[in-house]
Design a protein around this ligand. Structure first.
Ligand code: SAH
Length: 221
């Protein structure tokens, strides 16, 4: 790994390992997920001025009124995806943001399709994943509420911004046996919801209360 990716002091491997320890204590069990977090330099996904805070278990601003999700939430959602009824090979992510969740997913599944409505964020995320030599992610600048129909169906769908109501278009792009993890609800009352697609119906369950930025319509530069 190059020096910038490796980090030093508050961004070093030891600091990443302390974060993993805290995640383990907070109930994250999947060794696959914990390992991915251990080997992903979260400090390159935030502004340099915030890099020393990158391994705190907290959401941080990434510009354009958006945030990089809290590591615990990233771990929780990824763990839920890996527990789908079919092994997640092809995954759709709605809300690329910083690209951190994308980078974690890219280590655990074969192919990630990631949609972001703010082009400036998408370009930065793309550059970071290139720097990490990640090559199994396809990006799209678009309104992800409509999914990404050309590549459907997906084994899993992860949404990292919260709609008030779960978009049917996304549910319809799930494979049979597939799973979608999505925060939904009004600001201040969001819940992480899990949908498993069966042959002729969906089974729904709920994880934690969460706080995400809203899923918005349209696109922005
Ligand atoms: N997983 C990201 C989360 C970023 S915040 C990370 O950890 O960095 C959520 C992101 O969803 C924001 O970048 C926001 O611009 C994006 N977003 C909101 N509504 C969207 C939509 N309809 N389609 C695609 N992206 C959307």
């Amino acid at each position: 790994m190059n020096q910038r990716l490796q980090g030093i002091g508050m961004t070093s491997q030891r600091t990443r390992e302390r974060l993993v320890m805290r995640l383990r204590e907070s109930g994250i069990k999947s060794e696959l997920v914990l390992n991915a977090i251990k080997s992903t330099p979260r400090h390159i996904f935030v502004d340099e001025a915030l890099a020393t805070r990158a391994y705190e278990d907290t959401a941080l601003p990434i510009g354009h009124g958006q945030t990089i999700s809290q590591p615990h939430t990233v771990a929780r959602m990824t763990e839920a995806l890996l527990a789908a009824n079919i092994p997640p090979k092809k995954v759709l992510e709605v809300g690329t943001g910083s690209g951190y969740q994308t980078a974690i997913l890219s280590q655990l599944v074969e192919q990630v399709f990631s949609v972001e409505r703010i082009q400036a964020l998408q370009l930065r995320a793309r550059a970071r994943l290139r720097e990490m030599r990640v090559s199994n992610v396809k990006f799209k600048h678009d309104n992800g509420s409509m999914g990404w129909l050309e590549n459907a169906p997906y084994d899993c769908i992860i949404v990292t911004a919260a709609p008030v109501q779960v978009p049917d278009e996304l549910l319809m792009q799930l494979a049979i046996g597939g799973r979608m993890v999505i925060p939904a609800g009004d600001t201040g009352q969001q819940v992480l919801r899990v949908f498993d697609r069966d042959i002729d119906c969906f089974h729904e369950s709920q994880l934690d209360d969460v706080q995400f930025v809203p899923l918005l319509d349209g696109v922005s530069q």
